[in-house]
Design a protein. Structure first.
Lengths: 274, 284
């Protein structure tokens, strides 16, 4: 049984157009899944349906066998954390320590245990030295890391990143992506990341491509990007390695490697063969 | 030189205990007719610098020459209105600044404010909207009905409608999806190439800067660390490390090829040219 099962889900905000249109797919436990699609493709609507922020009216979504509906939502939310786009909108505490503690207090964790748990997760996101910092003294990337520490402290099964890096500067983006890749290595956590970052997609186990509310592709990232033209037709970007492959193909050089390093090595071999 | 900073400093909360020197003795000449990027980490002074360009901020020390206007610290400025017509500034997340009932009214606001008649202002607005690819059926729509990318283009149209000589954009692609970002880049490239506007862009997107901006200014802690050709900056690993800048992927690729004994000319800056030059070396 898959951890998340989405079956024939439809959703429309008004009657004219379906924002999500007959989507069916499964997500395996412990996997790292990216969801891409240009603005208006249904990515965010789908995320809101999975997290119960919008009601599932048609079709069904099961999380670990439990249907996402009003009755089950609080049980489901306990197992699920969401990191949002804007780092400034999710900082609740007055210091890093308070912010991480917020969820734990809600969960009525003994205060004797609190300090240890906060320390553990602050360390996990690399913010041990910042526990007493106030949010205005943190960078965007650091604020997102605080949000992630707060979520991890709740020991969720699933973390959803909703364009969590898109408002950060390059340094912040790099920090958060590194943290996400580390978490992806943990088999007990399932990660769903809604993203525009094509380079991030290459690091995921599976990629779901949405277009106009419909499931356009669901495959390994390498396979998704193999047909660049198909992606361009729905206004999506192509990763740099695929651009390199395309341009060299135009010059009658076939590159098979999956990364730049491999491609350079291939070119070196071609040179010595001739 | 249309834009020259001379020993310019700007201090936030001047004379207060938490005064902060955001710009520190800036000397800078920005060339006319090209696209110049201003980059640097968050808090380095980029936005403070560009807000001087249309006198939203006035220098605390030093002076600034823009076109025919000379702004000197401590002197009263009399020409702010014509200066602001000639230098259009598009803020970060400019889509939040739309305020009129309709798209066309919003864009016409600038030209009206600078003294054009209603008909002329509307004509200019329509032209600017066409340029940023907003179709006529949206002219009478409320700005609130538009997508994020469309709103931002309407905000830029509001600047273009005033026909400035210099257009300054503060992080114009931040938060846009890749498709929206591409449209935005195509827009300011055409403003530069076809309408001969001087373009200054504040950005964190090094790939975009590498591909489209002829010169780059690197700011750090309110000081200028580098100003010169963009290509020379990004091909210099020592400088990238020193300024804590990420290397564009194409430069990583180019460097790896050179390190492996391939020869690439200085013209090999784009993938197309790199592939052509490499093809000749593997075929032989």
């Amino acid at each position: 049984m898959s951890l998340i099962e989405i079956k024939n889900v439809d959703y429309s905000y008004n009657d004219t157009r379906k924002a999500v249109d007959g989507i069916t797919f499964d997500i395996e436990k412990g996997s790292y899944v990216t969801i891409i699609g240009h603005n208006g493709s249904g990515k965010s609507t789908l995320a809101k349906l999975i997290t119960g922020l919008l009601p599932v009216k048609n079709g069904s979504i099961l999380i670990d066998g439990l249907e996402v509906n009003e009755q089950n939502i609080s049980a489901i939310r306990k197992r699920l954390g969401i990191v949002f786009q804007n780092p400034d909108n999710q900082f609740i505490g007055s210091t890093v320590k308070d912010d991480i503690a917020f969820g734990l207090e809600n969960k009525q964790v003994e205060s004797a245990d609190m300090e240890g748990i906060i320390g553990e997760y602050a360390e996990k996101v690399g913010l041990t030295e910042y526990l007493d910092y106030e949010p205005q003294n943190l960078s965007g990337g650091q604020k997102q890391r605080v949000a992630i520490a707060g979520i991890l402290a709740m020991k969720p099964d699933i973390i959803i990143f909703d364009e969590a890096t898109s408002m950060l500067d390059p340094k912040g983006k790099k920090e958060i992506k590194k943290l996400m890749y580390d978490l992806a290595g943990d088999d007990t956590i399932t990660i769903i990341s809604i993203t525009h970052d094509i380079e991030e997609v290459l690091q995921s186990d599976d990629c779901i491509v949405l277009n106009k509310g419909k499931l356009f592709m669901h495959d390994k990232p390498q396979k998704v990007f193999a047909d660049a033209e198909k992606l361009r037709k729905i206004d999506l970007d192509v990763p740099f390695v695929e651009l390199v492959r395309e341009v060299f193909a135009k010059n009658k050089i076939k590159l098979k490697a999956h990364d730049l390093e491999g491609m350079v090595a291939e070119l070196c071999r071609y040179r010595s063969d001739h | 030189m249309p834009i020259s900073f001379r020993s310019l400093s700007y201090i936030y909360n001047k004379d207060m205990p938490y005064a902060h020197k955001a710009l520190d003795d800036i000397n800078l000449d920005i060339k006319e007719g090209i696209i110049t990027a201003i980059i640097g980490e968050t808090g380095s002074g980029k936005s403070t610098l560009v807000e001087h360009l249309n006198a939203l901020l006035l220098p605390d020390e030093g002076s600034l020459q823009i076109l025919d206007y000379n702004i000197v610290a401590g002197q009263k400025q009399r020409f702010l209105k014509p200066l602001r017509k000639d230098v259009g500034l598009v803020f970060q997340f400019s889509e939040y600044q739309l305020f009129e009932e309709t798209v066309i009214k919003d864009v016409a606001f600038g030209p009206l404010n600078f003294g054009y008649s209603i008909d002329e202002a509307k004509r200019r607005a329509a032209e600017a909207l066409k340029l940023v690819n907003i179709s006529e059926d949206l002219f009478e729509a409320s700005p609130l009905e538009l997508s994020g990318g469309q709103k931002r283009r309407v905000a830029i149209a509001g600047i273009i409608a005033c026909d400035p000589k210099i257009i300054v954009l503060d992080e114009p692609t931040a938060g846009l999806d890749p498709h929206g970002a591409k449209e935005m880049i195509a827009l300011f490239v055409s403003l530069n190439k076809e309408m001969n506007k001087t373009i200054i862009i504040v950005s964190h997107d090094n790939e975009m800067v590498y591909n489209y901006c002829e010169e780059t200014v690197v700011l750090s802690h309110g000081k200028i660390k580098y100003h010169g050709p963009t290509f020379d900056l990004f091909c210099d690993r020592q400088k990238l490390a020193e300024y804590d800048l990420l290397e564009p992927q194409i430069v990583t690729f180019r460097n790896a090829l050179i390190e492996n004994g391939f020869k690439l000319s200085k013209q090999a800056r784009t993938l197309d040219v790199i592939a052509k030059e490499i093809a000749e070396q593997v075929k032989r």
